[in-house]
Write a protein that binds this ligand. Structure first.
Ligand code: 13P
Ligand code: SF4
Length: 329
């Protein structure tokens, strides 16, 4: 964007922000210019905490739909705006709560083997019916309706801690199979998984990792738990997006291969000007995270456009699941 136009958009956003008593939250994958105007940039867990604790009237959520929904669930008294209404997370929309079909009943004696992953035909209620004693741990990358059917939520930053905090020996963890398998590797509990995935992270192969490691032999490899298990097993550190920022800052290493969406490299470079960051693959780009622009932020604020609101009958049980997560320190 031309400098003068960007400057005038930024000036108007900042003026309106004061006038409306608004705060701007941005996920670590957002475009650099969006991160720069935000009051707070973070991972899903940090953004949920900030949304629920920062006093303000309006939250402008620069991220994807489920994140704005979580903010609205936690703070129904605040108006939550999502600048780009089509900015969704395909993984969050994968699993359904229920459907008129009862597919699992058409598989009598269905053999559930170790490392079994429930296929897409199974809804959350189907799995709950098969494991009535198992609490549902839903990744925050889910719809409000799925959260409302869950006992507790988790993020990539706390999934293992959340599972370990539960009394049950068997838990249902949806929708991301990679995150669930990573958790399974780190807990003695049985983790029931479903075949969800993030198209940005799941496309990464172990061959991509080997190639990058060969190209940058001195670099440490950081990976997001949405990557496949064999990719995670080859990583020097597996963590959430903000976990990568902390790891890179604290490390003595000077070079890093970044196994997550490339938007985070903007902040990694900004906070570590003496270090070098290589994307594991240049096409690790989440198109939905890139939809938000200065123009769409300004338009949403001017017109109070794209208000995210969850119906009370879903919001109340969904909030319970989020609150339980936020209590685990
Ligand atoms: P983080 O919570 O680690 O920021 O991840 C969110 C996400 O959407 C990853 O693809
Ligand atoms: Fe969803 Fe993947 Fe985009 Fe994260 S990177 S918002 S999980 S599609």
């Amino acid at each position: 964007m031309v400098g003068d136009l960007a400057d005038s958009l930024i000036r108007e956003i900042l003026r309106l922000k004061r006038e409306l008593n608004a705060i701007i939250l941005a996920h670590n994958y957002q475009r650099g210019e969006i991160q720069d105007i935000a009051d707070f940039v973070g991972d899903s867990l940090e953004l949920s905490i900030t949304a629920s604790t920062k006093p303000c009237d309006i939250i402008v959520f620069c991220g994807v739909h489920f994140m704005a929904e979580s903010a609205s669930i936690l703070s129904p008294e605040k108006t939550v705006l999502l600048p780009e209404i089509d900015a969704t997370c395909p993984m969050a929309d994968m699993i359904e709560v229920s459907s008129p079909r009862k597919v699992w009943k058409s598989f009598p004696g269905y053999e559930i083997q170790p490392n079994f992953v429930f296929p897409h035909d199974f809804t959350l209620k189907d799995i709950k019916a098969l494991y009535p004693e198992a609490p549902v741990v839903s990744y925050v990358n889910t719809t409000a309706a799925v959260k409302a059917e869950s006992y507790i939520c988790c993020t990539s930053a706390n999934v293992i801690k959340i599972i370990e905090s539960l009394e049950a020996d068997t838990v249902i963890c949806v929708p991301d199979k990679n995150l669930s398998m990573w958790a399974q590797k780190h807990t003695k509990k049985k983790v029931i998984t479903w075949d969800g995935f993030c198209h940005v992270h799941d496309r990464i192969t172990i061959e991509d990792v080997m190639k990058a490691k060969k190209q940058y032999p001195k670099a440490l490899f950081m990976a997001h738990p949405e990557c496949r298990l064999e990719v995670l097993e080859a990583a020097d550190h597996v963590t959430s997006t903000s976990g990568m920022l902390r790891f890179a800052k604290a490390s003595d290493a000077k070079e890093f291969i970044v196994g997550t969406e490339t938007g985070i490299i903007y902040r990694l470079k900004k906070e570590n000007p003496d270090k070098v960051f290589y994307p594991l693959r240049k096409d690790m780009v989440c198109p939905n995270m890139k939809k938000t622009t200065l123009k769409s932020v300004l338009t949403a604020m001017q017109k109070m456009k794209n208000v995210i609101k969850v119906p009370e009958e879903i919001r109340v049980p969904a909030k319970k699941a989020l609150d339980r997560m936020l209590l685990i320190k």
